[in-house]
Design a protein around this ligand. Structure first.
Ligand SMILES: Cc1cc2nc3c(=O)[nH]c(=O)nc-3n(C[C@H](O)[C@H](O)[C@H](O)COP(=O)(O)OP(=O)(O)OC[C@H]3O[C@@H](n4cnc5c(N)ncnc54)[C@H](O)[C@@H]3O)c2cc1C
Length: 661
């Protein structure tokens, strides 16, 4: 008899195993013992200079890949590069040095160059083997085709509402949001009768069962992102007949069905006796799970059903999301509470996701457009359409004769003024520390590391920066030989409340220039999966983020792979899917430092209403102060995990420096 691993295909020869995974480079104190050669063995600098260096094609563990974070963790754990004897002065001087090559760092270089002129000398360093930070591109080559997908940042959300500098930047790069609806083929999957569904797993719901939404329904107007839910449950307020029909096809108990139906369609006011304002205040202070427990007295089965609703968009389960925000994002309950109109008026206005701009590689295209603008030799082309297929020559990114240089596999480890007008930045690359000088410095890296690499900042500022924490998440691409099983099951996406991965969807159905995602179900395609690695339970949000990060760094690729194979195999079994036969490649993007969020530092609770806070509670305002020739950018500077925030903060940071010149 075949072993379970062999049935899953764990022994299949796909190109995905990266043996320098969490098993070797462990989390916590053990990383201290990781030799510098961990990130020096492959000679990353010389690698970047070679013509076949092309990180988007790397598979296995990506995102925070092995080799990217070890230096930062050494710093976190006390190692310092503040003694000049420990580093080499390589004699390079710049007008601007940027630490962090995510969207914010790249945008900082762009804004600086725009003001200071094309000859301004700029160096950007990033600790990853690719640029873009979360805006990460994954590629697969299979049977003569190139398949592109996103490794992190998904899409340009509501570009019409982008703030002024972010809007100007994307337009200047040739990004035309008016084409959102043209490049994204909203009809493709419906034309194949594919729709959203829910996978009930036997461990949580007694039986493995994939239930597809009803054919022919269009998702409602409160969608927040490209849908993974059945359309009849998407909208928070739903139709009795449609919801009943869906629930009747599920393995849920009668009790859970009745509770869920009531929440979607019923009139019971679970907070009877309270005014609208009192309800709002209370629902802001408790989580959606608290609401289900304390007011609805819902069964555990119903709580399990809703726990990870939209988690891949929110970054957490609804045990952390304030109940009012959960309802704003489409969880049910508002109808009976009489809050539907209130919700619409206070925040999430109905909108169409047709306004969102989806590149196949997510906002990696924004990063690539920025890099092509800053370093024109790096890639051919001049439009948002040709950027998808443009092959980047990474050896051009760090050329001596180029005004802008982008140095990868390089961790900024020490930043200090050497006089009023000069900053020295030490970085670690190839296991060697090197120093450069610049008239200006933008720290566009995670704020939590800044106090360690820039000890000269004032103590209150360092304290504020140190309290920043990001939400961890995992974004996976699985290359499959064909998607006939999806067609047989009528599924384009599924919410999987009890499973290892909480959401699954087919790649974006897009067309850009000569790039097209798969149109026919016998073509290869990428399937996207999300995992939210938070432990849950009675633990404060910030502590959960910390624990989730540790889980991520301690999880070897093999564990991800086994879960991918097992979950897809179970979900798609009735469609004839065979994980051993059909899976051809796997890329796991883990983001231990994921979404930048505003949380209440005193209670550790999530807060979606930080706009209303007094300035002294918004620690990121204290953290992002300019200090001499050093300015602070990054989405952390706004506690907002959005591309436009990363760009706006880059603009603020560079303006602060240029205005003080
Ligand atoms: C899975 C995922 C999905 C997302 N989806 C969306 C979306 O659909 N739309 C949207 O608008 N936003 C989305 N976001 C939010 C995203 O964080 C922001 O849009 C934006 O890309 C953040 O850019 P940043 O430059 O501020 O930070 P980052 O992308 O984190 O970039 C910072 C860079 O600095 C590097 N760095 C850190 N320390 C150092 C050091 N000491 N030396 C050198 N380099 C260093 C980091 O490794 C990183 O590469 C998503 C985020 C994640 C994780």
């Amino acid at each position: 008899m075949k072993s379970k691993d062999s049935v899953l295909g764990m022994d299949r020869d796909i190109t995905r195993r990266d043996f320098l995974n969490g098993a070797t480079v462990a989390v916590g104190s053990t990383v201290l013992t990781a030799p510098l050669s961990v990130f020096g063995d492959t000679g990353p600098q010389s690698a970047q200079m070679s013509s076949d260096y092309y990180p988007p094609l790397s598979d296995g563990l990506r995102g925070s890949h092995p080799g990217s974070f070890e230096a930062a963790h050494l710093i976190r754990d006390g190692k310092r590069w503040d003694n000049p004897e420990d580093s080499e002065d390589i004699g390079e001087t710049y007008d601007l040095v940027v630490v962090g090559g995510g969207i914010s760092g790249l945008a900082a270089a762009y804004f600086f160059q725009k003001e200071a002129g094309p000859d301004a000398r700029i160096l950007i360093v990033d600790n990853h083997d690719d640029f873009g930070g979360h805006a990460k591109r994954n590629e697969f080559e299979y049977e003569g085709r190139t398949l592109v997908d996103l490794g992190g940042t998904e899409f340009i959300e509501q570009p019409d509402e982008y703030p002024v500098h972010a809007r100007a930047l994307i337009e200047d790069l040739g990004i035309d949001p008016d084409q959102s609806d043209i490049v994204f083929d909203h009809d493709l999957y419906p034309s194949l009768k594919l729709r959203g569904g829910i996978f009930f797993d036997k461990e949580t719901f007694a039986k493995d069962q994939l239930v597809a939404g009803r054919e022919g329904l269009v998702p409602g107007d409160m969608q927040t992102a490209y849908v993974t839910l059945p359309a009849e449950l998407e909208n928070g307020v739903a139709d009795v007949e449609l919801v009943t029909d869906f629930l009747d096809r599920s393995p849920l108990s009668d009790k859970a069905r009745a509770e869920i139906l009531e929440l979607f369609c019923g009139d019971i006011d679970f907070m009877a006796g309270k005014s609208i304002d009192e309800k709002k205040i209370q629902l802001r202070s408790i989580s959606y799970v608290d609401f289900l427990n304390d007011f609805v007295a819902a069964s555990q089965e119903t709580i399990d059903f809703f726990l990870m609703w939209r988690a891949s968009y929110m970054g957490n389960g609804v045990d952390l999301t304030p109940a009012l925000d959960a309802m704003r994002y489409g969880l049910p309950g508002a109808r009976g509470l009489g809050l539907v109109d209130t919700l619409r008026s206070i925040g999430y206005q109905p909108r169409s996701i047709r306004e969102d701009l989806h590149f196949p590689d997510g906002n990696a295209s924004v990063a690539r457009l920025l890099v092509r603008r800053l370093i024109p030799d790096a890639a051919p082309g001049d439009s948002m359409h040709d950027i998808i297929s443009a092959k980047f020559d990474y050896s051009k990114l760090d050329q001596e004769d180029s005004p802008v240089r982008l140095r990868l596999n390089a961790t900024g480890v020490h930043v200090k003024h050497i006089n009023e007008s000069t900053v020295e930045m030490t970085y670690l690359q190839d296991g060697t520390a090197k120093r450069v000088r610049a008239k200006n410095c933008v720290l566009a890296c995670y704020h939590a590391i800044v106090p360690h690499i820039c000890p000269e900042l004032p103590e209150p500022q360092k304290d504020a920066l140190a309290k920043t924490i990001r939400m961890p998440l995992v974004s996976v691409n699985v290359l499959v030989d064909n998607w006939q099983a999806f067609e047989k099951l009528g599924i384009a996406s599924a919410y999987c409340p009890g499973s290892y991965f909480c959401d699954m969807r087919l790649t974006y159905p897009v067309r850009f220039g000569d790039y097209s995602s798969a149109r026919s179900t016998d073509e290869p395609i990428t399937v996207h999966l999300y995992r939210i690695p938070l432990p849950g339970g009675d633990v404060a949000a910030n502590e959960q983020f910390r624990l989730g990060r540790h889980e991520l760094l301690a999880t070897p690729f093999e564990t991800f792979e086994r879960n991918i194979r097992e979950q897809l195999g179970r979900m798609l079994k009735d469609g004839g899917f065979d994980p051993a036969r059909d899976i051809k490649g796997i890329t796991v993007n883990r983001w231990p430092h994921g979404y930048s969020v505003g949380y209440d530092y005193a209670s550790g609770k999530m807060n979606y209403w930080s706009d209303e806070w007094s300035d002294d509670k918004k620690l990121w305002l204290a953290g992002r102060q300019r200090f001499g020739r050093i300015a602070v950018a990054n989405s952390d500077a706004r506690a907002s995990a959005m591309t436009e925030s990363a760009i706006e903060e880059a603009h603020r940071a560079t303006t602060e420096l240029l205005n003080e010149s």
